[in-house]
Ligand binder design. Structure first.
Ligand code: F6P
Length: 516
């Protein structure tokens, strides 16, 4: 394990608190822009495949300097290097954290101890992409159904939707995650077994929802008289044995050092490869790899994931903002907020440090959002005039992938105008029309919503979450918080049939009786 110092035990932490108390709390963006004509340049930067403007955030040069000192003192770089080297930084599960290896080119210089793993990654990738191309060429398969939940659903679903303009016509993609049978039943209603490929995506191959959906899909397939499971079912899992026991012969594996929410780069990404092809998938990986290299090698002061992760700490622990909103100004990024929710909240939603000690400060904020301009007509009221300050994250794409006249400039104008309105506000003595302004936002720009740009952006977020998690001293790579509910559901399920409420609290017992 690498030595890292929890952020609140550093000298820089105290200096940041002093800086906050001495004026950081009352920082005014309008004054900052008026005072410094170079502010945009100083707080914006290019990174692989994207541009980020952080200048509308409540920071000045001094804040960044202190935050960078915090990162150094806390040992962020050593921790980052340990991850890339394959150290078991996921200590509670005694695992390495190597999703970056999944996008490392075969020829990239890998640490000696990872050479074997990198060779395995490329052998599996080649097999999976060859399979994807074969299925793409098979016009009898018209529908692909991904059965998986959490990381085995959100990443592929988000990416297939996001890269819609690159999806070859002729195949429809469906994503079934919920154990609620309404979801699977609705998808099955329109399918013909002989034209359908089911992908059972589960790292563990034990997740209750996925197993229930996979069983029902298999039953539906067999009840139609179809027998060729090998052709119509494939499994994406680290537990190839369980998939075989389930009756699936076509399997693509990955490894325990890939966390579920970090797994779209692995075999879990097969729906993406089916949708955009082997070249497209390799472009996605290349974009992520470029961001990995940026994170690994750029000096901290110009390291975009580091700057963002530090900003997150500043907002969460000093300003005490408890929430952050994502506003992708592109309808194809519809599932991005849900994806980022899992990435950040499952990774950093922890209340103890890596040693199990309770933390005296806040960790993961609540992440949420909707594509713009829809959000503007729903909850933006609160963002402009509500009592809480909620930093916003705009994502805009310069080039549209459609020819409809006038739409794209309107969309972009709205993104710019919202960020501007949040910052500048509007004075009105009457009260109701008063906008306080000084509400912070970050603004990301892609030239096109291409596979490389998406890959780079997702890797940027992964490393940003790594940065804040490392400073907080937590293990960002386990998720024990999801286990208790799973255990209790297993106890309650038979009680719904039997009506036995013995040992249950009165509320659960009363509700159970209602639901029977
Ligand atoms: O319950 C949470 C979780 O373990 C996530 O971390 C994971 O992405 C999801 O369930 C699905 O797990 P699996 O891929 O093993 O089915």
């Amino acid at each position: 394990m690498t030595m890292k110092t929890r952020c609140d035990r550093t000298v820089a932490w105290g200096r940041l608190q002093a800086h906050y108390d001495a004026g950081g709390r009352d920082f005014d963006l309008r004054q900052a822009f008026a005072a410094d004509p170079q502010r945009f340049g100083a707080f914006s930067q290019s990174a692989p495949h994207l541009f980020a403007d952080l200048s509308k955030n409540l920071i000045d040069a001094k804040t960044e300097e202190l935050l960078l000192a915090l990162a150094q003192e806390a040992g962020l770089e050593a921790h980052r290097d340990a991850m890339f080297a394959g150290a078991h930084i996921n200590a509670t599960e005694d695992r390495a954290v190597l999703h970056t290896l999944l996008r490392s080119p075969a020829s990239a210089p890998a640490p000696e101890q990872l050479a074997g793993a990198l060779a395995d990654v490329h052998a599996t990738l080649a097999a999976m992409l060859a399979y994807a191309e074969a299925v793409r060429a098979d016009h009898t398969i018209t529908d692909v159904v991904n059965i998986g939940i959490g990381g085995s659903d959100l990443g592929p679903q988000m990416a297939v939707r996001a890269l819609d303009q690159f999806v070859a016509p002729g195949k429809r993609f469906h994503f079934v995650s919920n154990v609620d049978g309404h979801e699977l039943a609705r998808v099955l209603r329109d399918l013909a077994p002989e034209h359908t490929l089911f992908l059972v995506a589960s790292k563990t191959f034990t997740t209750a929802e996925t197993m229930a959906n996979a069983q029902s899909a298999k039953r539906w397939f067999e009840q139609s008289g179809s027998v060729d499971i090998a052709r119509h079912f494939a499994a994406l899992t680290t537990n190839v044995e369980a998939a075989r026991a389930f009756g699936i012969e076509t399997t693509f594996g990955f490894w325990d050092w890939v966390g579920g929410r970090y797994s779209l780069w692995s075999a879990i990404g097969l729906p993406i490869a089916l949708a955009i092809g082997a070249d497209g998938f390799r472009r996605l990986l290349a974009g992520a790899h470029a961001m990995d290299e940026h994170f690994r090698t750029a000096p901290l002061a110009q390291n975009l994931p580091v700057r963002l992760g530090l900003l997150d700490v500043w907002y969460r622990n000093f300003h005490r903002f408890a929430s952050r909103s994502i506003a992708p100004y592109h309808s194809a990024l519809q599932r991005l907020p849900a994806y980022l929710q899992q990435l950040e909240m499952e990774s950093n939603g922890k209340r103890v440090d890596a040693g199990g000690q309770a933390l005296p400060f806040g960790t993961s904020p609540v992440l949420w959002g909707e594509p713009g301009t829809n959000g503007q007509h729903a909850y933006f009221q609160m963002l402009h005039q509500g009592t809480d300050v909620i930093p916003l994250e705009f994502i805009a794409v310069r080039d549209a992938a459609h020819e409809l006249e006038g739409h794209h400039p309107k969309l972009l104008a709205n993104a710019l105008a919202q960020a501007q309105a949040l910052m500048v506000g509007q004075r009105d003595e009457g009260g109701h029309r008063n906008f306080p302004g000084n509400r912070p936002s970050s603004f990301f720009v892609f030239d096109q919503l291409a596979p490389e740009a998406l890959g780079a952006f997702l890797a940027l977020y992964e490393h940003r979450v790594f940065t804040s998690g490392a400073l907080w001293g937590i293990n960002s790579f386990d998720q024990w918080g999801v286990e208790l509910g799973k255990v209790l559901a297993r106890d309650i399920e038979p009680r719904l049939a039997s009506g036995d409420t013995q040992g249950l609290d009165a509320s659960t017992a009363g509700l159970l009786a209602r639901l029977r």
